[in-house]
Design a protein around this ligand. Structure first.
Ligand SMILES: [Fe+2]
Length: 141
């Protein structure tokens, strides 16, 4: 979908620089599936939930509805990725007898994960399994 959008605008995938934060975090957490579940879906992918609506607002301002629609699809799918991450994170925590919130904070510090800041997409995060209580607590950390 992204490749098609770019092609319609005379660009190709790879023409623009992109950050590799998600991949970097996947590498940092390669030694432990629980750390991976804590930080890849619940931090990095969840940041995508927050970042998408402001990007869509800019695209709407310039009248690029096809791009807004593509990001709608990606946002919907991303909610599911984060929800799956939350589910497996909870499951792994219970398997190991680990307290999820404390382990999450500790793992965030250990791998220097970006903190939750600014405008969050609360409805999408709630749909993905976060609780208001956890979000409020993470925003204050
Ligand atoms: Fe994803």
């Amino acid at each position: 979908m992204i490749a098609r959008l770019l092609n319609d605008r005379s660009f190709s995938y790879g023409d623009f620089d992109a950050h590799d934060g998600l991949w970097e975090m996947a590498e940092r957490t390669r030694g432990d599936v629980l750390e991976r579940m804590a930080l890849v879906p619940r931090v990095m992918e969840a940041r995508g939930l927050d970042a998408t609506p402001p990007i869509q607002a800019k695209l709407r301002q310039v009248g690029d509805q096809p791009a807004v629609d593509v990001l709608d699809v990606i946002l919907r799918e991303e909610v599911r990725h984060v929800a799956l991450g939350n589910r497996w994170y909870e499951w792994l925590c219970s398997q190991r007898g680990v307290e999820p919130h404390a382990f999450f904070r500790e793992t965030m510090r250990k791998h220097r994960a970006p903190k939750l800041r600014g405008q969050i997409n609360r409805p999408a995060r709630i749909a993905a399994g976060f609780t208001n209580e956890e979000l409020d607590s993470l925003l204050q950390a």
